[in-house]
Write a protein that binds this ligand. Structure first.
Ligand code: FDA
Length: 428
């Protein structure tokens, strides 16, 4: 019998959900969690700032939202509440963009762009959803001049989008693109929009109505006690041992010994797992500059919404986040974190966003082939190594929202164990 049945690398949401499922489903099997940072939670990690008493998300603002009832039910499980997760509080996130317009000068408009934003930006008086949709449609290029994404339904004669700029203009028209999206995208990625793949702007939402909420999902909430507490609750199980501050690559020989672990779940970067032998996958990183404002008043704020985007080329940061506004926290002070897109340098900063271009897509596919070959190896074939599974945003080289990370981990677990072992195993 190996020392641990499952060894998991990375205590972000993906790895922690696998750990929780494994420990709850197989009640007698031991799980080892290895995390290189000195905290759990991965990029969702939050903490209480000492100077202000305000809860801050260390790696950028995290707003939970999902369409998936299964994910919502999972994060609200009684079992997790008993283990200290805390509840989820409904939170409809709203974002403003600080923009210049011709008739007012500097002003704030809701993002995603909707009827309210259009009225402010272009001095209009749109009053119905129909009018908003018609305005948006009239200001897009003519149908035959629009491009589509490779996986989108194409109307006759439409060409495929070549880059983020032609994709975005096709979707929102030249004016909105220039005012709201062009420079923001370029500041975020440090490249011209024409040098970025069309998928970069494909997810930018525009609403043909007057709904200013950032997300439209039925479930949107913030964890009452924070994300870190939630992840701690996932790992708070007698079968799970968590070791912080331990890099997988320092103990790889041990974790890859079948006598120590029979299954290995890796949630770190896929190219690092294979020693970057085919080349490095590119990432974009972020820099966070916090500023504390003292004695502003217990319920007062210094910006008009929790998150403000800055599409202007004259402002160096892309957005600023006033964390006090999340869940209407009380403090006599406030803290604003300014976010800048920056180059990723391994060992110096964090890999946040995969850079979507053909070269990275090809390289990832090659790593995926290697990972599939490894995943199909079986211990019973005389292979003394653990069975390896790749999970999470870094191993999939894909931007996942939190709900997607959770769903992905739940689906993998079901695929590996529940659908096979069926009702014979624990119900967790
Ligand atoms: P994650 O990166 O969180 O965890 C991986 C863990 O593995 C890390 O803790 C890392 O230290 C560890 N690790 C890596 N290599 C290791 C090694 N060699 N040895 C040991 N440990 C290792 N989503 C959303 O739904 N709403 C939102 O508002 C936001 N906001 C947001 C803002 C920003 C700036 C970013 C970059 C991302 C978001 N997200 C988001 C996405 C969210 O962060 C994401 O879904 C989860 O963090 C994914 O969790 P994972 O566990 O997959 O990765």
């Amino acid at each position: 019998i190996p020392a641990f049945h499952a060894c998991i690398v990375g205590a972000g949401l993906s790895g922690s959900v696998i750990a929780e499922r494994y420990a709850s489903w197989f009640r007698d099997r031991k799980v080892l969690m290895v995390e290189k940072r000195n905290h759990v939670g991965g990029n969702c990690y939050d903490y209480t700032d000492k100077a202000t008493g305000i809860r801050v998300h260390k790696y950028g603002p995290h707003l939970f939202h999902t369409n998936h009832k299964a994910v919502w039910d999972y994060i609200n499980k009684d079992d997790l509440q008993r283990r200290g997760a805390g509840g989820w509080i409904r939170w409809d996130h709203e974002v403003l963009a600080s923009v210049e317009n011709s008739h007012q000068g500097s002003t704030f408009v809701p993002v995603p762009i909707n009827g309210i934003s259009l009225n402010i930006l272009f001095n209009l008086n749109l009053t119905t959803d129909e009018e908003v949709k018609t305005w948006l449609d009239l200001h897009r290029p003519r149908k035959e001049d629009r491009c589509t994404l490779s996986n989108e339904k194409r109307e006759t004669e439409q060409k495929e989008c070549q880059n983020a700029e032609d994709q975005c203009i096709s979707r929102v028209g030249q004016d909105l693109y220039n005012i709201v999206f062009k420079t923001y995208t370029e500041k975020q990625w440090g490249r011209k929009a024409t040098e970025l793949g069309p998928e970069v702007t494909a997810r930018i939402p525009v609403h043909g109505n007057f709904d200013s909420r950032y997300f439209q999902d039925p479930y949107q909430a913030l964890p009452q006690k924070g994300y870190t507490r939630f992840v701690e609750a996932l790992l708070n199980h007698s079968s799970i041992t968590t070791i912080l501050g331990l890099n997988f690559f320092e103990v790889r020989d041990i974790l890859e010994d079948g006598k120590f672990c029979s299954e290995l779940f890796f949630t770190g970067p896929i190219d690092a797992f294979f020693d970057e032998k085919l080349g490095k996958l590119e990432y974009r990183s972020l820099m966070f500059s916090p500023r504390v404002f003292f004695d502003v008043g217990e319920s007062s704020h210094v910006q008009p919404s929790s998150v403000v985007n800055y599409p202007s080329p004259d402002v160096p940061w892309t957005r600023s986040v006033e964390y006090k506004q999340f869940l209407r926290q009380k403090s006599n002070h406030t803290i604003v974190v300014y976010e800048h897109g920056t180059k990723y340098v391994a060992g110096q900063n964090e890999p946040y966003y995969p850079v979507p271009n053909d070269q990275n897509r090809r390289l990832f596919k090659m790593y995926q082939e290697l990972s599939k070959r490894l995943e199909s190896l079986n211990q019973s074939d005389g292979n003394r190594k653990p069975k390896v599974h790749f999970v999470g945003r870094l191993a999939n080289y894909k931007y996942f929202n939190m709900d997607e990370a959770i769903l992905n981990a739940l689906n993998l677990f079901d695929h590996l164990y529940v659908n096979i072992h069926g009702s014979g195993s624990g119900k967790g």
